[in-house]
Each structure stands twice: as C-alpha cells, then as structure tokens.
Design a protein around this ligand. Structure first.
Ligand SMILES: NC(=O)c1ccc[n+]([C@@H]2O[C@H](COP(=O)([O-])OP(=O)(O)OC[C@H]3O[C@@H](n4cnc5c(N)ncnc54)[C@H](OP(=O)(O)O)[C@@H]3O)[C@@H](O)[C@H]2O)c1
Length: 328
C-alpha cells in the first residue's frame, strides 16, 4: 500500500513523498482503517517541519486527522465493529493518517455524523473537534453574544454552527466570499474583514466572548474589546501541550510562556480571562460533537481535493493546505 512519508525535516512539505510501505500491524486496543480522506491542516506542515521533543517514526507517515472504514478490530476494542465509518484526530506524538490503511487506538476515534460520507467527515475531523473543544471552555449561556474570528475558515465555519446550537448570538469576521454560506448556517452578523475593521465597528463590552483563530494583532485588538473571556488557538499555554501528547522541557515552557507575556499583560489590564486552546486526540469529545452535528445537520462545505496518485506525481506544497487528500 502507499503512504505519504516524511523523509526528513524541511521548511515545508518538500521533503515528503509517496512511497510503498508495509500494511500496518494491529496492536491491542487499536483498529485498522481503510482511509477515505484527510484534510491538509495548517498544523500538518508545522509537524512535518519537526516539532520540539517529538520522536519521528521510520517511516513517518504524515497527517493527523481523517476518516475511513474499519477493516479490522484489535483485541480489547469494544464500542466499534468492522464496517463502522469513523473519523479521528491523533496526538502530535502519534501522527500518521496519510496512507491507504492505518492503525489507530480506539480512544481517538468516533463514528462519523450519519448525514455525512467518510470522505466528507475526513475533511472536518480536526476543525470540528477544535471548534467544539474551544467553545466548551467558555461556559457560555443561551442568549449571550460571541465574536468568531476567521468564521469563513475550516474551524470557524463549524464553530459558527456549534455556537448557534448553544443558543448564542454570533458575529463573525470573514472575507466577503464566505458571507452567503455563513448566513445559510445562521450567523447573525458578518464583518467583512477586507472592508471593515472589527475593532472600529464593535464597542467595548459589546460581545461576551471571542473565539480567536488568528492571533497576533487580532488577538491584541480583541482583548481591548473587553469581552468576559477569549479562547484563542494562538495563545499558547505550555502546560496544555500535554493534551497533544507533547511534554516540553521546563526551559522551552519558560521561553514559550515569555512569548505570550504581551497578551497576558494586556488581558489582565482589561479584566479579560484569556484561555489558550490546544486540541488533543479525544474520541469521546469527537463522538459528542459528531452526535450534535448529526442532530443539527451541520453543513459541511466542499473543499478542493487532491488524490494520493496526484501527490505521487507532483508532490505536496504549502498551497495544498486546506485541501482534502483522497485515498482509494
Ligand atoms: N491550537 C489548536 O488546537 C488549533 C486547532 C485547529 C486549528 N488551529 C489554528 O487555527 C487557525 C485556523 O485554522 P483553519 O483550519 O480554520 O484555517 P483556514 O481554513 O485557513 O481558515 C482561516 C480563515 O481566516 C480568514 N482570515 C484571514 N485573515 C483574516 C482576518 N484578518 N479577519 C478575519 N478572517 C480572516 C481566512 O479568510 P480568507 O483567506 O478567505 O480571506 C480563512 O477563511 C490556524 O492558524 C490553525 O493552525 C489551531
């Protein structure tokens, strides 16, 4: 069978290529999955560059999320059967989904939303889990107001639907091309970031919560808006990295924490609770949001695709981020 293999660390995906690899051996607690699809997430490239303290396998298969059909069940796996359609997100310390067949611990998998195909589910595993896990952190109540930055992106578009299912009033920043689709899934207001600055059109205290997917100046300006809480995927809390299976040495934790000082200080000055978000493989949480997605019939947008055979011919580049890899 074929897989996309990281040959060595590189600046981008250029050191990865498709090669024949042996079919994986099933361990106790694992299932074997015939892959349908996997999204090329921004984090995939960071992981392929080489992440501090991670030990890469030989061969190291790329990819961290995806979906497919269970073809074999290992010992001590309960809740799943051969033929189940599942999706998953792995930990940084256990990557590898870009192959025709993979093995994965049953703790990381969940049945896909019943209104989706495995191919569709593989395009949303990480974005759906990241959006749900982040919004759970806020403890928001029905009727409160949230601003979601990057609402038109992979994570943001699902976050809008989760926030609406929580009964929240949702404002999003996005580019004009995404406005119609955001309105179709119930967003209350869109600020087109290419035409207007959110910091100029929203008043201090106007939103109760902010979900930040953009970081840097957007995060600083968000803090100045003085919501009760902000959850940000770009505010790194080193202790939380263990959720992704990464245990950083004390010196790296200290350096990382130092790079976050300006956000921490600004939040304190403005009386804002700033929550850093790291997503870790968690089949139970993914199962919860999968059931919510089924109940509310979440809309999944079609994204551009690239077949494994095409990658074999032309390789992977940064421009492929956001596309789905199709197997089989
Ligand atoms: N820490 C974690 O656990 C975690 C988990 C998942 C994702 N992430 C991170 O979350 C971020 C988003 O991921 P994603 O997969 O959703 O990326 P994505 O699909 O590329 O979406 C990013 C979106 O942000 C929009 N955007 C760019 N600049 C903007 C601005 N100034 N204002 C408003 N919107 C803007 C883009 O719009 P246009 O390009 O169309 O203009 C695009 O729709 C990435 O940085 C990713 O690494 C972190």
């Amino acid at each position: 069978m074929k897989g996309i293999i990281r040959v060595k660390a590189g600046k981008d995906f250029s050191t990865m290529h498709v090669q024949e690899i042996p079919s994986p051996t099933l361990q106790s607690g694992e299932v074997k999955v015939k892959m349908a699809s996997s999204r090329i997430n921004p984090v995939d490239m960071d992981l392929m560059k080489g992440f501090p303290t991670l030990k890469y396998k030989k061969p190291q298969i790329g990819g961290i999320d995806g979906a497919g059909t269970i073809s074999e069940i290992g010992q001590n796996v309960r809740d799943f059967q051969v033929g189940d359609k599942v999706f998953f997100y792995r930990k940084f310390s256990d990557i590898g989904t870009w192959a025709e067949e993979i093995t994965i611990h049953a703790d990381y998998i969940a049945k896909i939303p019943t209104h989706l195909t495995p191919q569709q589910a593989g395009t949303i595993a990480l974005p759906l889990l990241a959006a749900y896990d982040s919004l759970q952190e806020l403890g928001a109540k029905k009727g409160e107001k949230i601003l979601i930055h990057g609402a038109g992106g992979g994570v943001g578009f699902l976050a809008v639907q989760i926030a609406k299912s929580m009964g929240l009033e949702v404002i999003g920043t996005a580019s004009g091309k995404d406005i119609d689709e955001l309105k179709n899934v119930g967003i209350d207001r869109v600020i087109d970031y290419r035409k207007e600055q959110f910091a100029n059109v929203l008043k201090k205290g106007e939103v109760n919560y902010i979900f930040d997917l953009l970081g840097k100046d957007i995060l600083l300006q968000s803090i100045d808006l003085q919501p009760k809480k902000i959850v940000s995927v770009h505010y790194v809390v080193p202790e939380k990295m263990s959720k992704a299976g990464v245990n950083l040495p004390a010196i790296l934790k200290w350096i990382l924490s130092l790079t976050m000082t300006k956000f921490r200080k600004r939040a304190k000055r403005n009386g804002v609770e700033l929550i850093g978000q790291v997503t870790g493989g968690n089949g139970q949480l993914l199962g919860e949001v999968s059931r919510l997605a089924t109940e509310k019939m979440f809309v999944v947008r079609e994204i551009p695709t690239v077949h494994l055979n095409e990658i074999e011919q032309k390789g992977l580049t940064k421009a492929d981020i956001g596309k789905a890899i199709l197997f089989g």
